[in-house]
Design a binder for this molecule. Structure first.
Ligand code: NAP
Length: 264
């Protein structure tokens, strides 16, 4: 890594609030650094960082990502993708090793538990679906994202009513009885409480994504005493250093307030 933030060339693998904030913080704290954010291109109208360059779409696997890192003379690869985006994280680790690029992950912590929580951990979407009948619930609030909803489409769940919230419309197969809410966080506690009550939700199913933007549903579920089926994170690639937030990422990049004043 170069000594000064002025010479730094960074690729941020994005698709999260933290990735956007890191790009914007680098623009403010290290304006001479060259920063590119990469998005998968899944969302038609993505939230994008205000600063730096943007590229959109898959690289074509770890070999192609390694070649991209070399061709663009990247000093540091920051994997700031969603904690459940396991494929791109594995590709990033492989590409960084192959190309000799410094690499770390910016990964927000999972949501803290509270003694009042009625959490039911699940290993996968399929495991979460398999747990639902035993919970005796009828109205399910499903916030696991657009992908993988086929796990809840089996006939054994036909008696359940699903309220599904996603950013983009999901593809079939979908649960038989579904009401779709297209929305994007951040969500307020008042809004989440009202949603759970209005739809008479009696169980929440979510991934342990972490982050303040979508945490209010957990607080609302806790207040109402609702069970929460919490899908656990996939294991991150081995040996990749991890930081929990943007200030720690800036420190890891050697960027400190005012450091850019020393740039030519
Ligand atoms: P994934 O399954 O881990 O990755 C599948 C493929 O998508 C990768 O192999 C890569 O294609 C491409 N890809 C993913 N992220 C990319 C990025 N930031 N830039 C360029 N290519 C990328 O990914 P996913 O779970 O579908 O997530 C896709 C995006 O949505 C990520 O940026 C992630 O941060 C965001 N997101 C995911 C979730 C979730 O629950 N999974 C939730 C919110 C946001 P190539 O192999 O061709 O390079």
């Amino acid at each position: 890594m170069p000594d000064r933030p002025c010479d730094l060339r960074v690729l941020i693998l994005g698709g999260t609030t933290e990735a956007r904030r890191l790009a914007d913080a680098l623009a403010a704290e290290a304006p001479h650094a060259h920063v590119t954010t990469s998005l998968a291109g899944r969302v038609a109208d993505p939230a994008t960082p205000a600063a730096g360059e943007l590229r959109v779409g898959g690289f074509g696997g770890p070999g192609a990502l390694a070649a991209w890192l070399v061709a663009h003379r990247i000093d540091v690869l920051v994997d700031a993708t969603h904690p459940f985006a396991a494929t791109i994280s594995a590709h990033a680790a492989e590409a960084a090793t192959a190309s000799g690029t410094d690499h770390f992950a910016l990964r927000r912590p999972g949501w803290p538990t509270d003694p009042r929580d009625r959490r039911h951990p699940a290993r996968s979407l399929a495991d979460a679906a398999a747990q639902l009948p035993a919970l005796g619930a009828e109205r399910v609030f499903l916030t696991t994202g657009r992908q993988g909803l086929d796990a809840f489409a089996g006939p054994e769940l036909d008696g359940l009513r699903f309220l599904v919230r996603t950013v983009e419309p999901p593809e079939p197969p979908l649960p038989r009885d579904i009401r779709l809410l297209l929305d994007r966080g951040p969500y307020t506690l008042e809004g989440e409480r009202a949603l759970l009550l209005d739809h008479r939700v009696d169980v929440l199913v979510t991934k342990d994504s972490g982050g303040a933007a979508t945490e209010a549903k957990l607080v609302a579920a806790r207040e109402l005493g609702l069970p929460v089926v919490m899908i656990e994170r996939p294991p991150p690639p081995e040996g990749v250093p991890e930081v929990p937030d943007v200030p720690a990422a800036l420190a890891r990049l050697g960027v400190s307030r005012g450091a850019a004043d020393t740039c030519p």
